[in-house]
Write a protein that binds this ligand. Structure first.
Ligand SMILES: CC(C)(COP(=O)(O)OP(=O)(O)OC[C@H]1O[C@@H](n2cnc3c(N)ncnc32)[C@H](O)[C@@H]1OP(=O)(O)O)[C@@H](O)C(=O)NCCC(=O)NCCS
Length: 182
């Protein structure tokens, strides 16, 4: 799926393992996600790709640059067709791509896909309270804060708060109708 003229989304391939292994072990990335990990081996990444290839409850894409190099991944997780709900996640692992609008473009594309192609009715996200760029991004795209999970996860000697965000399809469609090109 071509998102815009700077990035594309495609299914993860074994060729992505090297890049994913690099960024999933990068403390700048793990800090923004509030993750605790003892580190990933390449075999763990290969297993993760294989798991998501088979798992019908998740839909994971590689975010690739125009040279088809993996710069991150994103996905719809815990897809529940009966309730019409899924959780969205994104990780731009190449920090050289941060702050250039890629995250906004990717989330915009994936949420549109979830509503228009998968007929889901609600997308939720879980964001670390200190992750300002992610909170700004979701706010800009119309997600609303539904809850704050106080001291939800323990990492590096601290308990971290998380925001639970959500957007309904009708809210998304209204935002798209209101949007006017500058
Ligand atoms: C969070 C993330 C997805 C944001 O993507 P991005 O491409 O860097 O963000 P964008 O360029 O689309 O900018 C989104 C908003 O954040 C703001 N922003 C970007 N970098 C920022 C920074 N360092 N500090 C404060 N705000 C920042 C932008 O200004 C923009 O808001 P604006 O349009 O109101 O100006 C990306 O940095 C990332 O993947 N980080 C690592 C993993 C992660 O945090 N995932 C999210 C977990 S749900």
């Amino acid at each position: 799926m071509l998102i815009d003229n700077s990035v594309q989304l495609r299914r993860p391939e074994p060729e992505d393992i090297e890049a994913m292994h690099r960024y999933r072990n990068d403390p700048r990335i793990t800090a923004t996600l509030g993750m605790t990990s003892r580190g990933y081996a390449r075999a763990d990444i290969a297993e993760w790709i294989e798991f998501h290839r088979k798992n019908r409850d998740d839909l994971v894409w590689t975010i690739a640059d125009l040279n088809d190099q993996c710069i991150g991944h994103c996905g719809l997780y815990k897809i529940n067709s009966r309730n019409g709900v899924a959780t969205i996640g994104i990780c731009i692992g190449d920090v050289g791509f941060w702050g250039k609008g890629v995250g906004t473009t990717v989330i915009d594309g994936v949420v549109s896909y979830a509503f228009q192609q998968m007929n889901l009715r609600k997308i939720r996200a879980e964001v670390l309270a200190s992750n300002i760029s992610a909170l700004k991004l979701f706010d800009k795209l119309g997600f609303k804060t539904e809850a704050i999970l106080r001291e939800y996860k323990y990492r590096n000697g601290q308990y971290l708060d998380f925001h639970i965000l959500g957007v309904f399809r009708n809210e998304w469609e209204q935002r798209c109708e209101q949007w006017q090109p500058e």
